[in-house]
Design a protein around this ligand. Sequence first.
Ligand SMILES: CC(=O)SCCNC(=O)CCNC(=O)[C@H](O)C(C)(C)COP(=O)(O)OP(=O)(O)OC[C@H]1O[C@@H](n2cnc3c(N)ncnc32)[C@H](O)[C@@H]1OP(=O)(O)O
Length: 428
Amino acid sequence: MAIEIRPITAAESQEYLRVLPYVNGFLQEEPEPSAWYAGTAAWPPQVPPAATDLQRYAEELQADWFRPQAAFVDGKIAGGSAIVSVQVTVPGGRQLALGGVTSTAVLPTYRRRGLLRKIMSAMLTDCRERGEFLVGLSASEGTIYGRYGFSPATFQHRWEVRRTDVSFRSEFTDPGELELVDGAVAAEVWPVLHEQVRAERVGEISPLPGKWDGLASGGLPADGSGPAHHLVHRDAAGAVDGAAIFRLPWSPDPEQAGVLQVEAFEALTSDAYRALWGLLLDFDLTKRVVAARRPVDEPLRWMLTNPRALKLTRTRDNLWLRILDVPRALEARTYAATDSLVLDVSDDLFGSGRWRLDAGPDGATCTAVDQQADVSLGIGELGSLYLGGVRASELAYAGRIAEHQSGAASRLDALLRTDRQPHNAVGF
Ligand SMILES: CC(=O)SCCNC(=O)CCNC(=O)[C@H](O)C(C)(C)COP(=O)(O)OP(=O)(O)OC[C@H]1O[C@@H](n2cnc3c(N)ncnc32)[C@H](O)[C@@H]1OP(=O)(O)O
């Protein structure tokens, strides 16, 4: 079998699309209603794409931010994946280029012959040559991407709360006001709000072009989750400082009736956060609120009289990170303490190395050295640590980091920690 890995031409778009999960069918361990996918249709799609969808996807393949690679077997496309150009906010506030791996699939009849490995190798090499030193993805299965040096760096929770269990610890007088707005207003609010959130939030991803376009049209999803409702909070001066998108899906099951699904929620201030949740958790005729894709350090539970009222129903990894250039990545963020440590980092794909990290609140220098290492770790472990969401001491206890100096993992923790847990509400 003759295998060739290369980008596709415009004429090959339809053939390429046919191998991809969102066209070819994609089983997922847990299907997501549109409300949780933050899209206008359930994911994975429940109906085959229409010709107009295929045409739109094919046009998207030509965009400069979408870089598809295909595996041709004996001249026919048998697998594909793509890198989308996005940015990720890192500790210190820089928004770094991130190559986002997406839309990955190999036809069932060609699986386990090394096609993904070859595609991945081509894509990572291309990113390095472009100077992108961070690559990320969200994984369909947890067993696939560790071998390429990816490892979870952000996590997300789904939680639910019964309306009758909610009582806030303290009285709250809103200095601003809430307003229900239509999709056209929401389509103007969300890009601006998310941009402000992204500037502050470690791990947040820049939205792909067109991310908010569907809000204005407000189409009805096929999964019965109902129309999107848009809630906006304005501060005392009238500036938008928070917003939520929610749905009130219909269900024949009495247990599932009366659920308010929170599709998106952002607040720039504690007041906006309290005001928005105050209404969403006490919405007339609802019994239960379900919120997915939420940060793992949700402050809401600390606002409730009974913190146990907020029940976690799912926790899962979100952004998997792969560092392609250790010194450039480590020099691009800032640190919570001042310290100097030698890291021995193994990387099967792009070569191992030993670096001294001289780090502080204003940044770092990272220099190749020969001296004794304080810790040894793999490139995947470094990816998990990079945004501050995973503790080095936890990975050391798990045998994933070797300490050569007692206390070195704790010192690494002190350097890498961030005030809030990294989180990305937006994916790709
Ligand atoms: C970021 C995203 O886009 S997530 C979406 C990923 N896509 C899917 O899950 C769609 C369904 N799955 C598929 O299409 C394919 O199984 C793919 C794309 C995941 C893997 O493609 P393949 O060409 O079979 O992978 P390939 O043969 O290169 O395998 C490379 C290695 O990964 C392993 N591997 C591949 N897929 C899996 C899997 N699903 N579970 C466990 N191991 C896997 C192989 O055993 C092999 O191991 P080795 O390096 O020790 O030999």
